[in-house]
Design a protein around this ligand. Structure first.
Ligand SMILES: [Zn+2]
Length: 335
């Protein structure tokens, strides 16, 4: 399975030495630690907030987030979350509020003065923090699974799911018998660990990565899946192009998302701090397929989805799902 891994910057195949993944072209390396592959980047520095005096760890994370250092923010987040693992559920929920609270407060107070890059960096960290916390508390907002009528029409072959969450969907794919191999990634450490618990064979590969920088070789998959992320990833157009890049010719792209896309929700209640720049926003799942470069093949509207999260409690939503096909004649330059 590791033969599919490539440098997220130049897409050259990694040279692997025990637990070290080396890109000779970029002279960069990633080290596997505790069995977990982590391809999260140290983002480019974006200054503006790091001069603020930060009083507690929540604010330290925010400083790292706004300065774009994803690794540093991640280290801080992991340090805070670790002790919560052994606590009672009510304490976990309280801790979630205490951690998320400063984020919301900080964002409300400062977002007007942030650059687009800083807001995007902040969103990435917020997603990471939120999914780590939700994973601990045993509640997820990524547990949508594809309906049978979509899976039945997908080809057999190598499957990729980006932003796998707790792995419910990729497990369903594996159970369908369609997948020769499954590969999954997520930004959250715990989601990756949780998803990989379903698989202990040599036909699966799970790692941490940013959706817009996939550490995967070109044309390695027959099916690529992304569910409920269109309104959460700041560089979503890049992420869609990444899915196209790693698909083989005639491969299938599957996009599912709640409709309508809720870009502005965080402005009402401060709970969803996602920031996708206006120029990157997408109207619906069909447009997402078009942006990727694939051609639309199949569309299913209004799949019911019950969502239960730590932060938002529960909601009944509807998801639209589309399947696109990659072929050589599709448009390829729309980002
Ligand atoms: Zn490279």
């Amino acid at each position: 399975m590791i033969d599919k891994l490539a440098c997220p910057s130049c897409h050259k195949k990694y040279e692997v030495f025990e637990n070290i993944y080396l890109c000779r072209k970029c002279d960069t390396k990633y080290v596997q630690s505790n069995g977990l592959l982590n391809f999260l980047p140290v983002l480019q520095n974006e200054n503006g907030l790091d001069k603020l005096i930060l009083e507690n760890t929540g604010y330290e994370i925010l400083a790292a987030a706004s300065s774009g250092d994803l690794r540093r923010a991640d280290n801080l987040i992991q340090k805070i979350i670790k002790p919560l693992e052994s606590q009672h559920e009510s304490q976990q929920e309280l801790a979630v509020k205490n951690i998320i609270g400063p984020f919301e407060y900080f964002y409300e107070k400062h977002s007007k003065h942030l650059s687009e890059n800083a807001k995007a960096n902040f969103t990435t960290i917020y997603n990471l923090l939120r999914y780590e916390l939700e994973c601990i508390a045993g509640k997820y907002d990524s547990s949508f699974v594809l309906p049978d009528k979509i899976i039945d029409n997908l080809p057999r072959g190598d499957y990729l799911e980006v932003c796998i969450g707790p792995g419910n969907n990729i497990k369903r794919i594996m159970d369908s018998g369609k997948a020769h191999t499954v590969t999954g990634c997520d930004i959250s450490k715990r989601m990756v660990e949780r998803a990989s618990r379903f698989f202990d064979n040599g036909h699966s590969l799970f790692f941490r990565a940013d959706a817009n920088r996939l550490p995967l070789l070109d044309e390695s998959f027959d099916v690529a899946i992304m569910l409920n992320t269109l309104d959460r990833i700041p560089d979503i157009r890049v992420a869609l192009r990444e899915l196209y890049r790693v698909l083989r010719q005639e491969g299938s792209l599957v996009i599912g998302n709640c409709q309508p896309l809720q870009y502005e929700k965080f402005l009402d209640n401060g709970l969803r701090l996602t920031y996708v720049p206006k120029k990157n926003r997408i109207r619906n799942v069909c447009e997402a397929v078009e942006i990727s470069g694939c051609q639309l093949k199949e569309e299913i509207k209004s799949v019911p989805w019950h969502i239960e999260t730590v932060i938002d409690n529960s909601e009944d939503l509807e998801v639209d799902v589309v399947v696109g096909i990659k072929n050589g004649t599709a448009k390829t330059n729309r980002i």
